[in-house]
Design a protein around this ligand. Structure first.
Ligand code: NAD
Ligand code: ZN
Length: 806
């Protein structure tokens, strides 16, 4: 028993020290040596230990105190009433438990006040007879730091309250924060200031006599600029540092930065301290009164009677977290009735009448192992961060793009840094910035390579002044060729399933044979089984791209994706040597099919700038063949709806390049059709008016055989108008499963409703080809399942697909 207690005591001691260190950095230096989640976990562990071993409880434990102290840089301010922290819950269950416990202690039910938990820092504003006398930080809860001077410059902190009849003393509490948009601007300003500082030091260096100066040390100067104008990791730290700075001691660029930081601060009030007999009975009414006095209250408040309402609020802002103008880290739930605040009281660190529900973190920390440059299909050289894998917002993240060298500099990250990584919901992961306080001097700066890492060609901007660098060796750069070959197979292009990233790499960068089967995409349709079978590739790690090693021999692992050994039965029949794998046969079969696929797909597969599926469809529909496109002038191309001058130029430019012409010539020779059969010639279909000329159709729900876009395109291609809402002007409504209010409206207006099969008839043959509506069709329409079954009968899916494949 004693040993466990000893062990627990040691651990508690360790935790307290870690927590105090983190608190000191957080509240005094506006820095974070731990992430919030790491910090919360330590506090929770300590709480659990103290609960298990009552002997370990001490009054000065961080579980019993309010974090924060008073820096010697500021005068102390004694709060008339203590400023407390909040207790936390991390799940809906814990939240309900807290609410039940609170109702039980209160002895009666009452309304709950829901608020957003603003991620900023607490401030106490003391007004005497309506005039601000001090503004103070929370400090340790009893004594805070005097920040009146800066507070008076914060928009929304009135020097004098409006209205009349103010109490002799009132303490107003609130959160000072920096809105997300202002935070972005602030970081952009820091970046500009860094650049100006660098410029200044260069000027100073240049002014020195040449004999006495060494070379300009760009790296050291950049590091110094980064120290003076760091990229802020998050709005909370930026806000805290902004309020707690000594502006009058700053000058020059630093003063400019400091002023901007104060100007970015905002306030929302969220409570009261000392106030004798407030003339209202609830916290929500308090806000009403404070608002009348000219103090800013949050617009995101809700009073609910039931815990279910609280849960709704929590869930809603869990989803809409990023539609709020400021960062939030949770929801604060308060008992609305003021009388109950007194009755329920507080612990040494938090009131019992309020709780903070904390959302799961969207920001985590990890180590930046390297910054690697990758060259894509279009030659763009993009630096990206390679990180120690870390779980954030529901997925494991290892890599994040850094866009270009300017972004790397702007983020101020060094290789080896601990970095803050953010992934908000479905959003792409982003490196926010370094945790500079954790540097140990071993970090190094990223230098953008001057030459393509894949082919050694000198990188350069496409146009003068472009930030992005590109590898100009479009024809032969292995990374670009591989990217283009992969693009040919992609869904929006030829949709060759057997031609993905790995196969594209095998065809363009195999280990064996030495000369790859493809040195550009020109040879794609000339591939033969004999060429494929011997291909051998190095097996690479899907994430790092590093070659994998055989577990037993430690040799680099290889694969021959296009061959297999003959089976015993085959061998008996005299077959010897490697046989083509299924992958090889599928690839060739799919390529064969692609030769006569839709013209627009073939156009997309050529990797012409700006020519994606939309532009390609417009071109294919209008011209009907690649030949006609080649014959068209710039003006003729630009005239086509959905094309325009930029795309026209891109097409003309692409066609002028000799190795592009070689692609066309070899693909054609191999049998690629590049034409829509029976197309009546450029512009003819549109000019003649399609089968749906003058007819308006609304497509809703999922129509078998069509995606939403395909259905709209089918209407437009047939010369009709694809409308998005149902009105009296609508001629037909095509409705499938999932059709919502539009179907109801169509029925109400008595419009002709079509199922998927009828829709197909409509867009291919016109309204005249539709069977007359059935008598008693009402019954069918009100029975959607029956209607679906009928639709399936009327339009066997095969007939639709057959036609599409042709
Ligand atoms: N990363 C670190 O190293 C580190 C160190 C210390 C603290 N922290 C962070 O700070 C937290 C603890 O700090 P704390 O004691 O200030 O508690 P807290 O931030 O969890 O909650 C209390 C504070 O919430 C603020 N608040 C925001 N909106 C509010 C609203 N609508 N109503 C009432 N209050 C509102 C108030 O300023 C109040 O003081 C930790 O959970 C952690 O997230 C992190
Ligand atoms: Zn290259």
């Amino acid at each position: 028993m004693t040993t466990t207690l000893d062990a627990a005591n040691d651990r508690a001691q360790q935790l307290r020290e870690q927590i105090e260190r983190a608190r000191d950095a957080y509240y005094q230096q506006d820095a974070q040596v731990l992430s919030d989640a790491e910090y919360d976990a330590l506090v929770h562990e300590l709480e659990a230990l103290e609960q298990e071993h009552a002997e370990l409880q001490t009054q000065d434990s961080p579980t019993q105190t309010v974090g924060g102290g008073v820096s010697a840089l500021f005068d102390p301010v004694v709060h008339a009433e203590r400023m407390l922290s909040l207790d936390n819950v991390f799940s809906i269950d814990e939240l309900r438990e807290w609410a039940a416990k609170t109702v039980a202690s209160a002895g009666r039910e009452g309304a709950w006040l829901c608020e957003l938990k603003i991620d900023g820092l607490a401030i106490a504003l003391r007004y005497e007879h309506g005039v601000l006398v001090t503004a103070a930080t929370r400090g340790d809860g009893r004594v805070g730091e005097d920040v009146t001077e800066n507070a008076l410059r914060v928009a929304g902190i009135p020097r004098e309250l409006s209205g009349s009849g103010h109490p002799a003393i009132v303490e107003v509490r609130g959160e000072v924060f920096i809105p997300s948009a202002a935070f972005e601007r602030l970081n952009a300003l820091q970046e500009r200031l860094r650049a100006r500082q660098l410029e200044l030091s260069r000027e100073r260096w240049a002014a020195r006599p040449e004999a006495s100066r060494g070379p300009f040390d760009e790296e050291a100067q950049l590091a110094s600029a980064l120290r003076r104008f760091p990229a802020f990791a998050n709005p909370r730290n930026a806000a805290s540092g902004g309020l707690r700075q000594q502006l009058d001691k700053k000058s020059g660029l630093e003063r400019e930065a400091g002023d901007a930081r104060v100007a970015a601060l905002r306030l929302y009030v969220h409570g009261i301290g000392a106030w004798q007999d407030p003339p209202v009975a609830s916290q929500s009414e308090v806000y009403g009164l404070l608002a009348e006095w000219g103090l800013p209250t949050s617009p995101y408040l809700r009073v609910v009677d039931e815990v279910d309402g609280v849960v709704d609020f929590v869930e809603r802002y869990g989803r809409e977290r990023h539609s709020v103008e400021h960062e939030i880290d949770g929801v604060v739930v308060k008992v609305d009735e003021l009388a109950l605040h007194d009755e329920l009281g507080a612990t040494s660190r938090a009131p019992r009448w309020a709780i903070a529900y904390k959302y799961p973190p969207e920001e985590v920390r990890t180590r930046l192992l390297d910054i690697v440059v990758s060259v894509g299909r279009t030659g763009r050289a993009t630096p990206f961060a390679v990180m120690e894998p870390v779980r954030v917002a529901g997925s494991v993240v290892r890599q994040a793009t850094l866009h270009n060298q300017d972004v790397v500099v702007a983020k101020g990250v060094l290789i080896g840094d601990t970095v803050v990584l953010r992934k908000a919901g479905d959003v792409i992961p982003e490196v926010l910035g370094p945790v500079a306080e954790l540097r140990d001097g071993s970090e190094r700066a990223f230098v953008m390579p001057t030459h393509c890492p894949n082919c050694g060609t000198e990188l350069r901007p496409m146009k003068e002044g472009d930030v992005d660098l590109r590898c100009p060796n479009a024809r032969s750069c292995p990374a670009q060729v591989r990217g283009r070959v992969e693009h040919v197979g992609s869904r929006g292009a030829l949709d060759v399933e057997a031609l993905g990233e790995v196969t594209a790499a095998a065809l363009t960068q195999p280990e064996v044979p030495e000369t790859p089967p493809l040195d550009t995409e020109a040879g794609l349709f000339e591939l033969t089984i004999e060429q494929l079978i011997p291909i051998r590739v190095v097996v690479r790690d899907g994430e790092t791209g590093e070659p994998k090693r055989d577990a037993k021999t430690d040799e680099i692992a290889h694969r021959t994706p296009f061959q297999r050994n003959p089976s015993a039965a085959e061998r008996k029949q005299g077959l010897e040597g490697p046989q083509p794998s299924k992958q090889a046969l599928t690839l060739l079969a799919e390529l064969e099919r692609a030769k006569t696929t839709d013209l627009w797909r073939q156009l997309v597969s050529l990797s012409i700038r700006h020519v994606g599926p939309v532009a390609a469809r417009a071109l294919a529909d209008w011209f009907g063949s690649l030949e006609a496109i080649e014959a068209a002038s710039r003006e003729e191309l630009a005239e086509v709806e959905g094309v325009g001058p930029i795309i026209a130029d891109a097409v003309i430019d692409w066609l002028a390049v000799d190795w592009h012409r070689e692609i066309l010539q070899r693909w054609r020779a191999a049998g690629v059709r590049f034409a829509t059969p029976d197309h009546p010639g450029p512009g003819a279909a549109a000019a003649a008016g399609g089968v749906l000329a003058g007819i308006t159709v609304v497509a809703t729900g999922s129509l078998e055989g069509y995606t939403r876009e395909e259905a709209q395109e089918a209407i437009i291609r047939a010369g009709g108008k694809a409308a998005s809402s149902v009105s009296k002007k609508t001629d037909f409504v095509a409705a499938g499963p999932g059709a919502g209010s539009k179907l109801g409206k169509a029925e109400a207006l008595g419009l002709r409703i079509l199922d998927a099969g009828e829709f197909h008839v409509l867009v291919t043959e016109g309204a005249g080809a539709l069977a007359l509506p059935e008598e008693g069709g009402d019954a069918e329409a009100s029975d959607p399942e029956g209607a679906d079954a009928a639709a399936a009968d009327a339009a066997p899916t095969t007939s639709t697909t057959d036609e599409k494949d042709e």
